[in-house]
Design a protein around this ligand. Structure first.
Ligand SMILES: Nc1ncnc2c1ncn2[C@@H]1O[C@H](COP(=O)(O)OP(=O)(O)OP(=O)(O)O)[C@@H](O)[C@H]1O
Length: 258
C-alpha cells in the first residue's frame, strides 16, 4: 500500500487505522532449479500462487510440470532457489513441513491403495496428518460436504472403484488435511470431460468459499481454463507465458506456445 493511500484512510481524528497488509501469497517460489541425476528439468523457475486463486499450469509432456509440483510439496529437493508458504519459509523441505504449512498434493495417477477401503484410506491420511481421533469425524464430514458422492462408496475397496471415483478419493484424502493451497496433478486423466467437470467444479468452489489457492496441472485445457483465473505455460522447464485464460482462447496462439 502506498503512503498516499494510507493517508487517505486515516480516520477523522487523524489516527491511522490498523495497517492492512496485502495477504501473503499462498506460495512464492524464487529461482527454483531441480532435476534428476544431474539432468536439470526445472530451470530457474519463479512462481507466485495467490491465495484465492486458481492457477492452471499447462505444457507439453516432459516439460517439468509434475517435477515442479513435487518440489513445491517437498517430495523433491531443488538444487537452487527458495520458497515461502503464506509468507513463511517452511521449517524443512519435506512433505510433513509443507503439509503443516497448509500445502497438499493430489498426485498424478491418484495413488490410492487398491486393497484398502475408502474409509481406511481416509483413516490412514488422518493418522499420518496427526489429527486426533476426536477431530477425525468432523474432517471426514467436511470432505463429504464437498464431495458428497463419496458417501455412496466409502465402504468399498479403492481398487474396485471407477477412475472418477478414485480421483474423488484422492482429492478427498488431500482435503482431509484442510489445505490452504492445493496442488492438483492432472486430475482429468482417464476421465470423460463431463466427469472431470463434475469433479473440478466443487473443488474450484473452495476458492470462493474458503479462499483456497489451487495450482492445477492439466492437459484438458478447455475444462481447466473454465475454472482458472490465470494460466502458466511451461516449456522445457521454463515458463513461457503467464496471463489470463482469455488471452489463450485463440487456438492458434495456444498452439504457437506449444
Ligand atoms: N524420477 C525420475 N527420474 C528421472 N527422470 C525423471 C523422473 N521423473 C521425471 N523425470 C524426467 O523429467 C522430465 C520432466 O518430467 P515431468 O514428469 O516433471 O514432466 P511433466 O511436464 O509433468 O510431463 P507429463 O505431462 O508427461 O506428466 C521428463 O524428461 C521425465 O522423463
Amino acid at each position: 500500500m502506498s503512503l498516499s493511500n494510507r493517508r487517505s484512510t486515516e480516520g477523522p481524528g487523524g489516527a491511522a487505522p490498523p495497517r492492512r497488509e496485502d495477504p501473503a501469497p499462498a506460495i512464492k517460489a524464487l529461482g527454483l532449479s531441480a532435476g534428476y541425476g544431474g539432468r536439470e528439468v526445472l530451470q530457474d523457475v519463479s512462481l507466485t500462487l495467490n491465495a484465492g486463486e486458481i492457477l492452471c499450469l499447462i505444457g507439453h509432456n516432459g516439460a517439468g510440470k509434475s517435477t515442479l509440483l513435487r518440489v513445491l510439496f517437498g517430495l523433491h529437493r531443488p538444487s537452487a532457489g527458495s520458497m515461502k508458504v503464506f509468507g513463511e519459509v517452511p521449517a524443512q523441505h519435506t512433505p510433513a513441513a509443507l503439509g503443516a504449512a497448509g500445502v497438499a498434493l493430489v498426485p498424478e495417477g491418484r495413488g490410492v491403495f487398491p486393497d484398502l477401503t475408502v474409509e481406511e484410506i481416509f483413516g490412514l491420511a488422518l493418522w499420518s496428518a496427526g489429527v486426533p481421533k476426536s477431530g477425525q469425524r468432523e474432517r471426514v464430514e467436511e470432505v463429504l460436504e464437498v464431495l458428497p458422492r463419496i458417501k455412496e462408496f466409502r465402504t468399498r475397496r479403492a481398487g474396485t472403484l471407477s477412475g472418477g471415483q478414485q480421483q474423488m478419493v484422492s482429492i478427498g484424502r488431500a482435503l482431509l488435511t484442510r489445505p490452504r493451497a492445493l496442488l492438483l496433478d492432472e486430475p482429468s486423466i482417464g476421465l470423460a470431460p463431463k466427469l472431470f467437470q463434475d469433479l473440478i467444479r466443487p473443488i474450484a468452489a473452495l476458492r470462493d468459499t474458503r479462499g483456497m489457492a489451487i495450482l492445477l496441472v492439466e492437459q484438458n485445457v478447455r475444462e481447466a481454463f473454465a475454472v482458472s483465473d490465470r494460466v502458466l505455460v511451461m516449456r522445457s522447464g521454463k515458463f513461457i507465458f503467464d496471463g489470463a485464460p482469455s488471452d489463450l482462447d485463440d487456438h492458434a496462439r495456444l498452439m504457437e506456445l506449444f
